[in-house]
Design a protein around this ligand. Sequence first.
Ligand SMILES: NC(=O)c1ccc[n+]([C@@H]2O[C@H](COP(=O)([O-])OP(=O)(O)OC[C@H]3O[C@@H](n4cnc5c(N)ncnc54)[C@H](OP(=O)(O)O)[C@@H]3O)[C@@H](O)[C@H]2O)c1
Length: 344
Amino acid sequence: MPPTTQKALLLERVNGEFYTSARPVPKPAPGELLVKIQAFALNPVDYKIQHSDFFFMKHFPAVLGSDIAGDVEVVGEGVQGWAKGDRVFFQGNLADSDYAAFQQYALVPSDLAIKCPENTSYEQASTIPVAFMAAAYGLLAPEPMGAGLYDAQVKFSGSSAFVLGGSTSVGQYVIQLLKFHGFSQIIAYASGHQTQFLKSLGATDVIDRKKVPLDDLPVALEQHLTNELKITYDAVGSPETQQAGNLCTLPGGILISTMPHKTVDLGDFGKKFFNPMAVVYLPECREFGRVICGNLEEWLRTGVVIPSIVEALPVGLEPVLSGLERLRNNQVSGVKLVGRPDPV
Ligand SMILES: NC(=O)c1ccc[n+]([C@@H]2O[C@H](COP(=O)([O-])OP(=O)(O)OC[C@H]3O[C@@H](n4cnc5c(N)ncnc54)[C@H](OP(=O)(O)O)[C@@H]3O)[C@@H](O)[C@H]2O)c1
């Protein structure tokens, strides 16, 4: 039996402070699992929420964190195919603290729970959901959410793609998915010291962002291109990178950006633009989210998806705060910060 209360890290309100407190361990409704959390990953949204209004954040104080891996503790009524002790990972729901990460137990609807294969540790699995979903919704989901590669009947050999922010967590999965879909050339824009790593994931070329400023990117990209550029994915998601991505995108090409809104003028060049919202709990995202969740165990087992490199934080919820500060100050390069709650 799980305990009745747990330790959690809560944000008191927008522009408020984080604090630790006890809160109830929730009970799974029919169709849900209660999971004992073993690892959770930190994402930029977790620090952004502290000082911005996000439409899905309706209730405060709130438990944050939306990348979770752990063990099934209680199987809710009617759930098939899961048993106590199964290793699981999933995207948490920031809109409801019972489903969020920075605590010891969380709920998950069983249709969004993914079996964690033996070749993947809890820490590695926790790096996947949010960043992978951003890559997958943008590239694979059908229009109007994404570029529709999942069901595309065309082959992409002989095509190029450009990943602005190749070493971001999202960018790493974008590179892997582009490779999976057969793109002949995958050019990444990232710090030069990430070159070997990004090539191991599938990048063919790396433009060093420490040598080439954003303003010079279209020219530098053109010098690298050996095929028609079909897709530009801005995985950094700032107004400046979205604009640079737009300038790099050819007429008739596709621009995808992780920034939640479009700030560029695409002009009259027949370009397509997608800005995926990687929240599997949103009604418009759920169906495709389920499709991706249904593939992930196999993609991990077979090496189609390689989890991000983990930097483990000290055990406990307090280290999350310094981790979020490092993300806010751009002090994390090419790794995912992963926390582990205090043992129960
Ligand atoms: N729309 C959604 O649903 C969604 C979902 C997930 C994430 N996001 C957003 O997507 C962005 C990336 O998230 P993440 O978790 O992948 O980030 P992350 O892993 O924390 O990003 C850190 C990386 O950013 C790179 N970087 C910073 N500025 C850059 C620039 N100007 N050009 C190229 N690379 C740059 C750094 O690269 P170096 O190694 O080169 O220093 C570093 O490796 C964030 O803005 C996040 O909020 C959106």
